[in-house]
Design a protein around this ligand. Structure first.
Ligand code: ZN
Length: 467
């Protein structure tokens, strides 16, 4: 039962708030706190967003600050969601308010890659200030923006804590105050441009989030970059020259690849840090990127397309899309051809994905059928595909890898299946019977014990004591 929540600090991650609650409530174990807070058992608290909360906890949050404020002011939605196209952004926001897990699919970065190799970071000077003002420090959002290495407020380098942001790390609610050391070393960033960029990124992040805009970020960036980098026809940008100058501008430090820049400009990539970086290079003021002025929508209109649209009485956007498509075709004939060749694999990757998911579920079993271990070769075989087919299909391969358990965990799944089969069929439940069903060796069974709890739930204790 949750009786109280501590005060929520400015720019504090919701994760940080819950971990301070956990520390202050004197729980005997983390498990109890997680059970009290979250709907799903065996949840791994998300450091950047909010896992589904129990209804009574949600009530408390609503009383405390409201769900809107929690999502907008205390999660990383402000970076991952900010530059998404309007419809996608609104959908992601609604999913976050409903604490519906599918927000992950809508954000600019897939959930399994969000935390890869990252740990929670802090600024030594912010920590010092917090401790002075509140007697404790907390995890700030602005220090967790992907790509940022400097505190946007103090201009010093951020430090890495030991708290992993990986989704597969052991679950935890790590309170910043108990993790961050007392004595801290401060290293100021001497490079002017790097520090300026950190300030720029930080101010965009803290700006109010618009949910409707007449102009997309890609269109706005292209409009601003058109004068110096426009092609002869004026429809596309001279990417090569633009990319070279951009790299030089940042001294080749932490820059995106040319392909990524191209995707940003085509409106197919919405990475927060990269867009801020390109925008500062383009000389766009913070206020304009944070809320793209509606007046730009008219300025962007091309006189030729305007004329055609008026003469034929057709919608301007329609004329523009057709006109630009034709011009682009002429300008980048080669690129179009190159793309065609890779297209077949991408299409197959997409088409096979649902079938791959089904096959994974089939292999895992429904509790009644005997499970099989999920591996790339098992899925290949079951789907009657040629060997090594998945080497070409990135998304399918990742999906399989994500479901591939360590051998020991797989043994646990098998042991639980056998145990439940015996119980269901009213047969004697003992080690000999389980061994007969699974062909497991004693040593395998001992090895799988750490995973039993995850798969056996309440049956774990009885199962563990069988041998
Ligand atoms: Zn700071």
């Amino acid at each position: 039962m949750i009786a109280f929540f501590p005060e929520l600090y400015e720019d504090e991650l919701a994760y940080s708030w819950f971990s301070r609650y956990y520390t202050k409530s004197g729980y005997l174990s983390l498990r109890y706190a997680l059970d009290d807070l979250y709907v799903k058992r065996y949840v791994n608290p998300d450091t950047e967003f909010v896992n589904e909360l129990r209804p009574e906890v949600k009530e408390l949050v609503i009383k405390h600050c409201g769900m809107e404020k929690l999502i907008l002011g205390h999660t990383m939605f402000s970076s991952y969601g900010r530059f998404l196209p309007d419809a996608k952004k609104q959908e992601a926001y609604r999913a976050l308010l409903d604490m519906n897990g599918n927000f992950n699919n809508l954000l600019a970065i897939p959930k399994n890659r969000r935390g890869t190799g990252r740990t929670l970071r802090y600024c030594p000077l912010c920590v010092k200030e917090d401790r002075k003002a509140y007697g404790e420090t907390y995890w700030h959002r602005i220090h967790q923006i992907q790509g940022m290495q400097i505190c946007g407020r103090h201009g010093c380098y951020l430090a890495e804590s030991d708290v992993s942001m990986e989704r597969k790390a052991a679950p935890g609610l790590w309170n910043a105050e108990s993790v961050i050391p007392e004595e801290l070393e401060v290293r100021m960033c001497e490079e002017e441009k790097e520090a300026a960029l950190a300030g720029y990124v930080c101010r965009i992040f803290e700006g109010r989030m618009p949910f409707k805009s007449r102009v997309s970020v890609a269109e706005f960036l292209k409009y601003r970059l058109k004068r110096p980098y426009g092609s002869a026809s004026g429809v596309s940008l001279c990417l090569e020259r633009l990319y070279q100058d951009y790299r030089e501008f940042y001294g080749n430090k932490n820059v995106m690849t040319e392909t990524k820049m191209q995707k940003v400009l085509l409106g197919k990539r919405w990475n927060f840090y990269d867009i801020c970086q390109l925008s500062m290079f383009a000389g766009i003021p913070v206020e304009e990127l944070a809320a793209i002025p509606d007046s730009i929508a008219d300025a962007i209109k091309e006189p030729v397309f305007m004329q055609v649209s008026e003469e034929l009485g057709l919608d301007y956007e329609l004329v523009r899309s057709v006109g630009e498509a034709v011009l682009r075709r002429y300008e980048a004939r080669e690129r179009v051809q190159r793309r065609k060749r890779t297209f077949a694999w991408e299409k197959m990757d997409e088409e096979l994905l649902p079938k791959v998911r089904e096959t994974i579920a089939l292999l895992q079993g429904d509790g009644v059928t005997r499970p099989q271990r999920v591996t790339v070769s098992a899925v290949t075989k079951k789907m009657h595909l040629p060997d090594k087919r998945f080497e070409k299909l990135r998304r399918c391969r990742e999906e399989i890898k994500e479901h591939t358990e360590p051998q020991k965990e797989y043994w646990a799944r098998e042991a639980v299946w056998a145990y439940r089969k015996l119980v269901r069929e009213g047969r004697p439940v003992n080690w000999t019977q389980i061994r007969r069903l699974t062909n497991m060796k004693n040593v395998d069974f001992q090895g799988c014990k750490p995973y039993l709890r995850k798969h056996a739930g309440e049956d774990a204790d009885r199962l563990e004591n069988l041998l």
